[in-house]
Design a protein around this ligand. Sequence first.
Ligand code: COA
Length: 368
Amino acid sequence: MKLPEGLAGVVISETKISSTKDAILTYAGYPINELKDAPFEEVVYLLWHKKLPTESQLKEVRHQLVDEMKLPDETIRLMKYVALEPQHPMSILRTTVSLLGTTHNDVRRDQPLKILSKMLTAIAAIIRLRDNQELMKVNPQWGVVENFMYLFTGKRPTPSQVSMFNTVMVLHADHEFNASTFTGRVVASTQADYYSCLTAAVCALKGPLHGGANEQVFKMLEEIRHTGQKPIDYVNKRIAAGKKIMGFGHRIYKDGDPRAKILRGIAEQIADETNNSVYFNLQEQIRDYMFEKTHLHPNVDYYTALIYHCLGLDKSTFTTMFAACRTAGWLAHIMEQQSDGCLIRPSSEYVGPTGRHYPGHEKENQKK
Ligand code: COA
């Protein structure tokens, strides 16, 4: 029997959180196209409770999330030490999530809401600290997205920037059993604590075949721009060398990623507003040629790379943004796995040598 490579198409368990059935992404049954302008806090509530909040519930969840965004002084002290190490921001995030789970005594009682808030603030702090910038303070009058943007950029975003980034956060909030979520669920299936599950999920997100692709996309755009080569030549050379073009292809979506279609419009607009259309134009040329040559479509990471660049972020921090948005979904899956799931422990097909004997045990085994 041929085993499905990389578990492609294998249904591991049931979920009520999100679905990509028929290539339509839905959160608890609501299509992403209809949710893209819903407040991020509302989507968090939906993923965690499988129903939309009432107005007062939404107000309460927003208040609690913002209220919990302050980091303990001890965490900041340790983060200053860790974040200044010359490591990739995703490595710093991995250590930071672990730190969040060890800097106070009652981690086992920490609730998802508090953890999500702390994750957002910690990610913004990683971005600020690595550039030796001061840490900003949360404004209790603003929503989660506005505060988060303020924390990592140091500037109050405009309403149009908040609305655009809200859509980015909503589109990234969950994606059924992707590699990092599955990793988090495996750890959750052992009944480990939230922070252990999230640390594992961050590790899986880091790789360039998953969340790390957004950084690679921007590296590609910079290389094409700075060397002055034609995008077509870049694509041809890379494919002839057996390499992938980052930001293209998807395990589930073979006819296009529904998130990328929405993000393309945002990328075009923000690139225009920030004098970065040169990158968007390169992206259009690469996209057209990739389709002609390989029939592959851009995925979620293709356009977010440009959006994050236009927000002033360094490319090495792009994947931490993905982690910030996906934490809502990771936590939903950890909760579901811990309450409904059993231990995830698959089997393997052994294909190595058999019948061997450790020196001195040959005769013993012959007697049997
Ligand atoms: N560039 C060039 N060729 C690609 C490609 C890409 N980005 N993505 C897939 N292909 C090709 C593969 O080389 C393979 O060709 P082959 O059949 O001739 O060997 C074929 O398309 C199938 O690819 P495969 O990697 O087996 O598909 P998958 O479903 O396992 O992988 C990804 C999906 C996402 C891992 C893959 O498309 C990829 O590596 N993309 C680039 C990284 C990326 O953007 N990741 C973010 C995902 S949201």
